[in-house]
Ligand binder design. Structure first.
Ligand code: OXD
Ligand code: MN
Length: 602
């Protein structure tokens, strides 16, 4: 293949590995033309104009939403498809019991047949990109080949894309090879396959973000977690934030919550009035890559450069910083369109408009039983739009993590916040993380779905080996972060939430920071430390203290059920589950038994 050139005729790259691979993939997919993306502004304008002309993007009101566009996806293609997502390791055991598995040869053959001629009459875009700050030893390079201009424009926001990536790659063969074709957006011909050993991803038949922006879930988590295990680091489904005190003390926290549990809100939180002078700085809202630094601390970078956030429920109360972030230079996907060319979704501020165009393009009237915006409608915005973006978000060294938080949506059992006794106990918190299903997802309410480390859909290898990798990381760290479990969603007997959540979570975060810095009290329970009355800063909040006590309490009956349910979950993970985790469960059960037997009987 002839090396591609820039506008002045200079070669963009002479990397033979890259050129050969692009050539090979082009022979397979047979595009009409190949366009190498350089990441320039000119390219952005050209692709945007082409997309508008084809109806792929609708321009929004450019006065109110400068440089913002709306994209409507195919109605059969609105979310990640876990049942069509495969880990293609040489053996099934390497993928483990929580992943769909396909043998690599079979997957290459099956998808190869779908890719054969899939780009006929179309353009193949070559997107070189970097995950992580340019110049960071922690960053990784990928190249995505796609027939979708929407993917290019989104990858431009979500990654550091174009010439800078090619320059960094040089002559190296060390890059992720991603191939994507929308084909005919047919769920019958849709597969997202990961080949961790080949550092390769093949995605076909979808145009939806999580399935096709290959740098995100596919590289940064599924392949990334495998690379992390082989190279001794962690690729995690975690936000990263900095807590700055009025005195200027900065503490960094990473936190994992299952999808749709408010990670973006937490990462962009504005502290309540009482916390005058406190500031939360966002480093990342979804993914953290963490390595041990020379000082024995864990350092995190955000591999992404933008946010692909869930729109519904975002408003000036739940997330003012996100509202500001999406107000310009944003691509909206599957939100509703208002008469004045602005956008709307369920849970937005203000009155619901009387009439809208819904996410499928049909007229919608207030009071309709259908949603105007798809519940998984999204915004893609550059991180630089965020007023709370940390000035260290591009630091090649990353930020030192003092605390790691795991959180789920639990109506009972899990206290508002609990600190693990030690690293192993913290790994137990992560490994047993669960969230209750909502009626929308399963038809059944209140069933706990275990989502270890919030990585169930994203772990690129055997979950038991992943737990073992987490356990082994302790040996590399002289100074490991403290680990916490949180639950904003606990309910009282009246079925109401015991804790107000959102900005008030700052109070919990402050306890976490103070515990990590060894300067606040806590009470020992059989399962971890919880705040005593008075340990949580409750000044300036109108909440009865008995509700807070209830929110932070540990109920022995509920924990009996919890530990039994964890036992059932552990059985599903098979022999790769590290023994120490079930032993810890058994010790907890025994401590529970002793406590229950010694409780004075009524
Ligand atoms: C996401 C997810 O899109 O976790 O971030 O599903
Ligand atoms: Mn996510």
């Amino acid at each position: 293949m002839q090396p591609p050139t820039d506008a002045s005729g200079k070669p963009l790259t002479k990397n033979q590995h890259l050129l050969q691979w692009v050539d090979e993939m082009a022979r397979l997919t047979k595009p009409e033309r190949i366009v190498w993306c350089d990441g320039s502004e000119e390219e952005k304008h050209r692709l945007t104009e082409e997309s508008v002309a084809k109806g792929v993007l609708l321009p929004l009101n450019q006065q109110k939403l400068p440089n913002c566009f709306l994209h409507r996806s195919n109605t059969n293609d609105v979310a990640r498809v876990e049942q069509l997502t495969f880990i293609c390791t040489p053996t099934k055991d390497e993928a483990g019991p929580t992943n769909n598995w396909m043998a690599p040869a079979e997957a290459y053959k099956k998808l190869g047949a779908l890719f054969d001629g899939s780009m006929k009459g179309r353009t193949m875009y070559v997107i070189p990109y970097v995950m992580g700050p340019i110049g960071s030893k922690q960053s990784k390079i990928g190249v995505e080949l796609t027939d979708s201009a929407y993917v290019v424009l989104n990858m431009r926001i979500m990654t550091r894309m174009g010439q800078a990536a090619l320059k960094l790659l040089g002559e190296s063969n060390d890059f992720n090879r991603g191939l994507h074709s929308t084909l005919d957006i047919n769920p019958e011909r849709r597969f997202i396959c990961h080949f961790p050993q080949d550092n390769t991803i093949w995605s076909v038949g979808s145009g939806y973000g999580g399935n096709v922006l290959l740098g995100k879930k596919c590289l940064a988590l599924r392949v990334g977690s495998y690379l992390g295990k082989s190279e001794g680091w962690l690729a995690e489904h975690m936000l990263i934030l900095g807590v700055e005190s009025p005195e200027g003390e900065m503490t960094y926290v990473a936190a994992a919550f299952p999808s749709a549990c408010g990670k973006t809100n937490f990462a962009m939180m504005i502290p309540p009035k009482r916390f005058k002078g406190w500031k939360i700085w966002t480093v990342g809202d979804d993914i953290a890559w963490m390595r041990v630094g020379a000082d024995g601390r864990l350092y995190a970078i955000n591999p992404e450069a933008g946010y692909f956030g869930v729109a519904p429920g975002t408003n000036a109360t739940t997330n003012p910083n996100a509202m500001e972030t999406v107000s310009h230079d944003t691509i909206f996907t599957n939100v509703a369109l208002a008469k004045d060319g602005t956008i709307w979704w369920e849970g937005m501020d203000g009155e619901t408009p009387d009439e809208l165009t819904d996410w499928t393009g049909k007229p919608w009237k207030k009071g309709s039983s259908e949603k105007a915006a798809h519940p998984n409608s999204r915004f893609t915005s550059p991180a630089t739009n965020n007023p709370a973006l940390s000035k260290f978000s591009e630091d090649p060294e990353g930020v030192p993590i003092s605390a790691i938080i795991f959180g789920g949506r639990r109506a009972t059992t899990v206290p508002l916040v609990m600190q693990a006794f030690n690293w192993m106990n913290g790994v137990f918190f992560g490994a047993t993380l669960g969230s209750e299903t909502t009626a929308a997802a399963t038809g059944k309410v209140g069933i706990v779905r275990r989502d270890p480390f919030a990585m169930l859909p994203f772990c690129g290898y055997n979950m038991g080996s992943y737990f073992a990798h987490w356990l082994s990381m302790q040996a590399r760290m002289a100074n490991p972060p403290k680990i916490f479990l949180v639950n904003w969603f606990r309910k009282g007997d009246d079925g109401k939430f015991l804790w107000p959540g959102f900005g008030e979570n700052m109070r919990v975060l402050k306890w976490v920071v103070d515990r990590a810095r060894l300067r606040v009290g806590g009470q020992e329970t059989p399962f971890g430390w919880v705040p005593k009355a008075g340990d949580l800063d409750l000044s300036g909040i109108d909440i009865p203290h008995d509700k807070v006590d209830e929110a932070t309490s540990v109920n022995l009956d509920e924990w009996q059920t919890e530990l039994d349910s964890i036992g059932e979950f552990f059985k599903t993970l098979g022999p790769s589950l590290p023994k120490v985790l079930d032993l810890h469960r058994q010790v907890s059960l025994e401590r529970l038994r002793i406590l229950r037997e010694s409780q004075p009987r009524a």
